[in-house]
Design a protein around this ligand. Structure first.
Ligand SMILES: Cc1cc2nc3c(=O)[nH]c(=O)nc-3n(C[C@H](O)[C@H](O)[C@H](O)COP(=O)(O)OP(=O)(O)OC[C@H]3O[C@@H](n4cnc5c(N)ncnc54)[C@H](O)[C@@H]3O)c2cc1C
Length: 484
């Protein structure tokens, strides 16, 4: 992204990667803005899907989060259509409060497609319900890294394979030069620390500090293994709550990713591995991998002449597939704040304030999934029911309970609709209904909603089995093309 945006500015970019220290190797699920990133880069989506063994993602299906046996959707895209300029979920809530039986999938095209294991592309314009459809990708993170490496090298980014041992500091505290294991060094004006959890520059060299959020996001470990591809690859990520955390299942063209994110306070590594093996029907095709993390963020993302991106900047856990998005969002913010050699302090503060606000809002959204549980069957879930919440989150839940409204700040990643999906999915029914719908009678409302359901049904008719977009059983993908 930097190479693309900085072309012609005289900025030289060098990437340093260590052959001895691999990448974290996970990160397979994304959210819809990933498609904006591909467009920004000028990358053809069908080519990317083919080369990264990607599948389409219409949302996340959550199982067993409220109570065991219950499920709900966080679909991408529209839910119904606005009424009286109010989001459709107010109409849904009004009839819910009045006790009318309603079927969620009648109003969510993504959820309905997902449950039928079908997919279609959105319509670019017109009356079809498919105009409001949105999707993201599941992909093989290692293949994505290779793909983007080729892309960056083509744009003139230099790549050095070496291991950084440390860095010298200038009198003003800035980083002076990187020191490599082979005694060589490299000096630059500006450093981006993408070294993963270790935070090589931002923490080990600059000692920026880390804000630990594990009291509200207690999962701190994961175990993961791939299995062979299945014939039916669902067009969604599955997130099933387990005794000490939750389990993901992500379909790719050539394999399924399976992982158990858990809290070491309530489960040992061996128990987690045994639990995952016991609940995944297929045999692993590679050894299980263990990952450790502490949920939280760096106190500052930009310190002196160093910006931390990715896991070096913090980690919120993978429940809503936000981590890769936060990398690209960080890059967009960095381009808005790209420094000259003076490193204006106000510019740096502005970058930090924007990214901290973004991370805290995403944190609240992820904590929301845990704190509304009604599960009592394990220590983790009993803890989550009563854990202390950030004021910002507690206020939002109260506001929704009272008014059915969520008022996200401008530019928040998760809109009021996303908040509704989780709040509603976890069983929160507001006390009040939106008075703006007062001009519409229940009968008119029901007719309107029947029309929405019909439009969704029509849009389903041109959907195809999700598998039909790819070659069979990990074979070469059929080029998928999206209408433009
Ligand atoms: C369990 C789990 C599941 C996840 N699932 C998702 C998901 O579904 N969706 C999502 O968006 N995100 C997910 N993530 C996060 C995602 O994996 C990361 O955000 C993404 O892979 C970026 O990682 P990174 O580049 O910051 O770090 P890494 O992948 O760790 O890369 C670090 C790089 O720094 C280099 N390096 C490190 N030290 C040195 C050194 N001393 N010298 C030279 N080079 C060095 C390494 O060679 C490597 O290239 C998940 C994370 C975890 C832990």
């Amino acid at each position: 992204m930097l190479a693309r945006a900085l072309t012609g500015t005289g900025t030289r970019l060098t990437v340093i990667e260590s052959a001895d220290i691999g990448t974290v190797g996970v990160g397979e699920a994304t959210i819809p803005p990933i498609l904006d990133v591909l467009r920004f880069l000028g990358i053809d989506e069908a080519d990317f899907v083919r080369h990264t063994q990607a599948t389409y993602k219409l949302g996340i299906k959550f199982l067993d989060w409220k109570v065991v046996g219950h499920s709900y959707w966080h679909p991408f895209g529209a839910f119904g259509a606005p009424l009286n300029r109010r989001p459709f979920f107010h109409a849904w809530n009004r009839l819910r409060v009045a006790g009318h039986p309603l079927a969620f999938n009648d109003y969510s095209l993504c959820a309905a497609l997902g449950d039928e294991v079908r997919f279609r592309f959105p319509e670019p314009a017109g009356d079809s319900a498919a105009v409001g459809l949105r999707y993201a990708l599941h992909f093989d993170a290692n293949l994505v890294a290779q793909y983007l490496r080729r892309y960056a090298e083509h744009l003139g980014v230099e790549r050095i394979e070496n291991t950084v041992l440390g860095a010298t500091r200038l009198a003003n505290g800035f980083i002076g030069a990187l020191q490599f294991g082979d005694q060589s060094s490299l000096s630059a004006d500006f450093y981006i620390d993408c070294s993963g959890f270790r935070g090589l520059l931002i923490e080990q060299v600059l000692g920026t500090g880390y804000l630990d959020w594990s009291t509200m996001l207690p999962c701190d470990r994961a175990v993961a293994f791939p299995t062979a591809p299945q014939v039916e690859r669902p067009p969604y990520t599955q997130a099933r709550a387990r005794a000490a955390g939750w389990q993901w299942r992500i379909p790719l063209q050539h394999r399924f990713g399976n992982g158990y994110v858990y809290s070491s306070a309530y489960c040992s590594d061996e128990e987690a591995r045994a639990d995952l093996l016991a609940t995944v029907a297929e045999a692993p095709v590679a050894e299980p991998r263990y990952l450790r993390f502490v949920t939280g963020r760096r106190r500052r993302y930009w310190n002196g002449n160093c910006v931390a991106l990715g896991l070096a900047s913090g980690f919120l856990e993978p429940l809503e597939s936000t981590s890769i998005h936060l990398v690209t969002s960080g890059l967009n913010h960095l381009l808005e704040h790209f420094p000259d050699r003076d490193f204006d302090a106000g510019n740096i503060d502005s970058y930090n304030a924007e990214l901290i606000a973004e991370a805290e809002r995403v944190r609240d959204f992820i904590v929301l999934h845990y704190c509304l549980t009604e599960r009592q069957d394990s220590e983790l879930w009993r803890y989550c029911r009563t854990m202390a919440l950030p004021d910002s989150l507690a206020e939002r839940i109260d506001r929704y309970r009272g008014t059915g409204r969520v008022r996200p700040a401008a530019g928040e990643l998760f809109t009021d609709l996303s908040w509704f999906y989780i709040l509603d999915g976890m069983g929160v029914v507001p006390h009040g209904v939106d008075p703006m719908l007062g001009a519409v009678t229940d009968e008119q409302l029901k007719r309107f909603m029947a029309g929405v359901a019909r439009a969704n049904h029509l849009a389903m008719l041109t959907a195809r089995p999700h598998d039909s977009y790819f070659g069979s059983r990990g074979g070469p993908a059929v080029a998928a093309s999206r209408p433009t």
